[in-house]
Design a protein around this ligand. Structure first.
Ligand code: NAD
Length: 430
């Protein structure tokens, strides 16, 4: 099939490369000319394991990029909207980018003769695809959805860092559609993936994505709350959760306590669901607490640090890990951000290191020092905060010897204090 993908970020570039891998002809559309150039040169605009290989394999053959909507729409039959849906200042979803992409698509579809299907892959609150996207598309194309315009919603569940793998090996594929024709067009795109398609209506598809993320975020905040209580009781929360997770009704995933969840999805999606509920006069107290626990969690790291090192002004503090999780360069809502902000407020001399995310973090904190290795960040430091579960940090040991004071506050349960010699080790929840 011929598919255009609007937005070439984490979701769009992975969707594009994977659809090409599945044998479809793909055109990426992005308003960012630099991303368009990068893709056409065979380089992914974001870092994801396996993405560069797929881009190299398909670019120029089954995959190209453009900023020209008309060209892309004329030469494809289905367009996926994969643009960002950030939180606005009040926490509710900001749909302005989705609206702009819908308008551009609508205009291009209006100047085409054949049937065209638009699929929303961006995470949008229930009612958006039919209420916002549909009306903009109809207004600007002069067509009616369900007539010569197909409409569907196909949420994405990939995990950053494992996005290519997850796209090609999903647990579920959800397609919400306006009519049977749209459903069969979208379902057909996935026919070579070994996974049943769950066909629902559009609002249900939109809600499934939010409930999925809200449940996972709730699990994490629950595990963190339990971890905070266990720490005060002197009980190993990892032993507790290991046993609890063996209950098949609970499942072991997402029960590790630590510095909390970040990334472009969990925080903003939980906030958007809270916003939608409040708009309907329902106060979602559980979800509010999920966010509250998550905001407090990274700050506890700084409190633990200050317990051990009361005056951190002008002290060299190594912050290891800037990405919101391992195997990605994405720093959106990374738990390192509130930690660095708090350390800066207190006048610490921060030396940060991350294997992939340094360039992105420089845009947020241009004035801290960035090291080119963990070893360099640690040299002469008074303390180290471990923030991201990078594999290379699990191997740290003798590197701590170069610190002025070997004080380590582990925010991710990465290191075993018994294997570290002469290190003052403090875990966040253990
Ligand atoms: P992103 O910010 O990485 O990428 C968005 C892209 O859209 C950028 O390249 C931007 O230049 C482009 N863009 C902006 N306006 C445009 C326009 N008018 N026309 C064409 N391109 C335009 O976003 P992302 O992380 O890929 O997320 C996209 C959506 O997918 C969001 O709704 C997000 O919640 C959802 N989602 C993300 C993930 C994830 O792990 N990142 C997982 C599942 C779902």
């Amino acid at each position: 099939m011929r598919v255009s993908i609007v937005g070439s970020g984490y979701v769009g570039s992975v969707t594009a490369a994977c659809f090409a891998e599945l044998g479809h002809e793909v055109i990426c559309i992005d308003i960012d000319e630099e991303k368009v150039r990068q893709i056409n040169d065979g380089y992914p605009p974001v870092w994801e394991a396996g993405l560069e290989e797929l881009m190299n394999k398909h670019v120029g053959k089954r995959l190209i990029a453009t900023s020209d909507y008309d060209y892309a729409v004329q030469n494809t039959d289905v367009s996926f909207i994969c643009v960002g849906t950030p939180s606005s200042d009040n926490g509710e979803i900001d749909l302005s980018i989705v609206a702009a992409a819908s308008k551009s698509l609508g205009e291009s579809i209006g100047s085409k003769n054949a049937y065209h299907t638009v699929v929303v892959k961006s995470t949008v609150v229930p009612g958006t695809t039919e209420g916002v996207v549909r009306s903009i598309l109809e207004d600007y194309s002069g067509r009616k959805a369900g007539d010569t315009l197909g409409l569907a919603m196909n949420p994405e569940f990939l995990r950053e860092g494992r996005a290519v793998h997850d796209f090609l090996n999903p647990d579920k594929i959800v397609v919400g559609s306006l009519d049977r024709r749209s459903d069969s067009i979208v379902s057909d795109l996935y026919r070579d993936i070994d996974c049943e398609v769950t066909s629902v209506n559009i609002r249900t598809a939109e809600m499934i994505k939010y409930v999925n993320n809200a449940f996972l975020a709730t699990k994490i905040s629950f595990a963190n709350e339990v971890g905070n209580i266990c720490k005060r009781l002197g009980i190993d929360t990892y032993e507790v959760m290991d046993a609890v997770g063996r209950d098949f009704r609970i499942n072991p995933a997402f029960l590790n306590s630590g510095a909390g969840f970040g990334g472009s999805c969990f925080p903003k999606d939980v906030r958007a669901l809270i916003g939608s509920a409040k708009d309907l006069d329902y106060y979602p107290s559980l979800l509010e607490s999920v966010i509250e626990v998550n905001e407090l969690q990274p700050l506890q790291l700084v409190e633990i640090l200050e317990d051990k090192l009361p005056d951190i002004k002008d002290k060299k503090i190594a912050v290891l890990g800037l990405a919101f999780k391992n195997d990605t360069d994405d720093i959106r809502e990374s738990r390192s951000i509130p930690v660095i902000r708090k350390l800066l407020e207190k006048g610490a001399d921060i030396h940060a290191y991350d294997p992939l995310a340094t360039d992105n973090m420089k845009k947020v904190f241009p004035d801290i020092t960035y090291a080119s290795s963990a070893q360099e960040a640690l040299e002469g430091a008074q303390a180290c905060l471990l923030m991201t579960e990078w594999d290379e940090f699990r191997k740290l040991n003798t590197e701590f010897d170069s610190m002025d004071r070997k004080l380590l506050v582990d925010g991710r349960y990465l290191l075993d204090p018994e294997e570290l010699e002469d290190v003052e080790y403090e875990g966040l929840c253990w």
